[in-house]
Design a protein around this ligand. Structure first.
Ligand SMILES: C[S@@+](CC[C@H](N)C(=O)[O-])C[C@H]1O[C@@H](n2cnc3c(N)ncnc32)[C@H](O)[C@@H]1O
Length: 335
């Protein structure tokens, strides 16, 4: 009985620690401490234009979590977390923590959304909508830097990574394109990145420091309105379909089919929920994320995704890379 009580309370209390970490990230407090090596609450409040009492209380919570520690009359970041919390570092996960903070505003009204069926009206936190979009794109990069090389290797081993001209639909800053170009045995293969201008700017920044600058094409536009580029032999639709309803996904698959050469392939990376909606946990929780963030957002099953691909003309649609998380990949071919 006591155990059950503890378990329930522990489940319900995690939001407080999450809020403290995310608020510090949203305010870029960690980076400011790292820049100074050691910083007092006064210095941080002045530099970041924060309320002093609020800063003192937030630092107390972060100290209790052992993310920062008191030293020489000020605060420093605990060593093991420093590279991850320094927004200037390529290892930083702070964009993701800020993005979580943006999601949290929607999640906080989950009950309201479950009752009304729609996300709460969009509001910004301390940053504006453009910064929030950039953080979203950088978050995709934080996640994809871990996953894309693994997915690329698995596709290669399964004989599914031999394209010459790939379309990376909603490719963000191009992290999957880079990994696929690196692993593809065709050394002259190229990738066409189709996304919003602001996302492509991030891709251009990354490409400048990579060996693939001349193997990327940029295709700015709205994939619900702009005609797709033609004559590709691989369409990569990665973490996209969950943001939209079934009709939009069917149209997206149809446009992808038309864009693809005969014998070409489509790959759909996403997190898929079981037919009976009983799991996996990552899919169930991602479903909630879409519920609170996107009017038509949803979580798909493998079978309905395969059925939609088949309906528009793709053949042999199958779960080529099974996984319980967002690294599952369905592929199909154009006959
Ligand atoms: C969840 S992210 C996935 C990014 C990347 N494919 C990955 O797997 O890491 C969705 C991407 O789709 C892009 N996107 C969303 N709606 C779009 C639209 N209507 N037209 C073009 N790009 C869009 C976003 O800018 C973002 O880069």
């Amino acid at each position: 009985m006591n155990d059950a009580r503890q378990k329930l309370l522990a489940l319900a209390e995690t939001w407080q620690t999450a809020c403290a970490v995310m608020a510090a990230s949203e305010l870029d407090l960690f980076t400011e401490i790292i820049k100074r090596g050691n910083a007092t609450a006064d210095e941080l409040a002045r530099e970041l234009d924060l309320d002093l009492k609020g800063t003192i209380y937030l630092l107390a919570a972060l100290t209790s979590l052992k993310l920062v520690e008191k030293a020489d009359g000020g605060f420093r970041i605990v060593d093991e977390f420093a590279p991850l919390l320094d927004s200037r570092s390529s290892d930083a996960i702070t964009p993701m923590l800020r993005h979580q903070s943006n999601c949290l505003r929607n999640w906080a009204q989950l009950a309201w959304t479950v009752k009304s069926g729609v996300p709460i009206p969009t509001t910004c936190g301390v940053n504006d909508a453009f910064v929030e979009f950039q953080d979203f794109i950088l978050t995709m990069d934080v996640i994809a830097k871990q996953n894309a090389p693994v997915v690329a290797r698995k596709l290669l081993n399964a004989g599914l990574l031999d394209f010459r001209r790939m379309l990376d639909l909603g490719g963000a800053s191009g992290t999957y394109s880079f990994a696929f170009l690196e692993k593809n045995p065709n050394r002259d293969a190229i990738s066409v990145l189709f996304d919003r201008d602001a996302a492509l700017d991030e891709a251009k920044n990354k490409a400048a420091n990579s060996p693939y600058a001349d193997r990327l094409e940029y295709y700015p536009g709205d994939f619900y309105a702009t005609p797709y580029p033609r004559d590709v032999d691989f369409v990569w639709i990665s973490a996209i379909i969950h943001q939209q309803g079934t009709d939009e996904t069917e149209r997206m698959f149809r446009s992808s089919f038309e864009a693809t050469r005969r014998g070409g392939r489509v790959g759909i990376r996403d997190v898929y929920i079981d037919d009976d909606f009983a799991g996996p946990k990552s899919a169930a929780f991602f479903g909630l994320n879409m519920l609170v963030r996107r009017k038509n957002g949803k979580v798909y099953t493998v079978n309905e995704t395969i059925a939609l691909l088949t309906k528009v003309g793709f053949q042999n649609a199958r779960l080529a890379l099974p996984a319980d998380d967002m690294t599952a990949v369905i592929v199909a071919e154009k006959p």
